[in-house]
Write a new protein. Structure first.
Length: 194
């Protein structure tokens, strides 16, 4: 049994003990994806052009995602319901992107035992520095793995790496990906025109 499937099975078992029923279309919408391992959250639909890169990175490795807009400020009770039940629904990693005051990743991390990856989104006025500092400065005991401003692709890749820890087939795919990266870098060196 792979780590991902073990995680799913454990989570599904828990679901029967502690089922969280969806209460709105928004918080439990599941893009018709079966058994998503990664939950992608964002504070607004305006974050999607950035956050799509996290979903795309997961898809490259065959990892299913579910995507929801849940604002920590505008819909705090929806966030509490989603985050506190995420591990009981088979999710293994959460990625949360937000701009501005950007409390979404931190509050999500406060409510879930799952690893949370935070993506600072560049806003109109401060170019994402506000979100970066909000997300990265978590108090001891509540970690959020923060990627670069707009670094949603890395958030997706990190989620894949977390899932690959106990899944040798996925880890093999990841090693092949790293080898392709190295080859692309070598090509840049070969083609360097000084
Ligand atoms: C944050 O406020 C969201 O994550 C988004 O980055 C930003 C702006 O939201 P909208 O005004 O576009 O809905 O909560």
């Amino acid at each position: 049994m792979t780590f991902s499937s073990a995680c799913f099975n454990i989570c599904v078992s828990l679901e029967y003990v502690n089922r969280v029923e969806p209460t709105t279309d928004q918080i439990m919408r599941n893009k018709n994806v079966k058994r998503p391992a990664v939950g992608i959250l964002m504070g607004s639909d305006s974050d999607w052009p950035t956050m799509k890169e996290a979903a795309d990175a997961c898809a490259e490795f065959g990892i299913s995602t579910e995507v929801n807009v849940i604002s920590a400020h505008r819909a705090p009770h929806d966030l509490e319901r989603y985050a506190s039940g995420a591990h009981t629904r088979g999710l293994c990693v959460l990625i949360a992107g937000a701009g501005g005051a950007a409390h979404l990743p931190g509050v999500t991390a406060a409510l879930t035992p799952l690893p949370v990856i935070g993506v600072p989104i560049a806003g109109k006025f401060i170019k994402g520095w506000d979100a970066l500092l909000s997300i990265v400065q978590m108090p001891s005991g509540v970690p959020v793995a923060t990627v670069a401003i707009g670094g949603a692709r890395n958030a997706g890749l990190l989620a894949v790496q977390i899932l690959a820890v106990g899944d040798s087939a996925l880890q093999k795919k990841y090693l092949a990906f790293k080898e392709r990266l190295a080859e692309q870098s070598r090509a840049k060196n070969r083609n360097l025109a000084l």
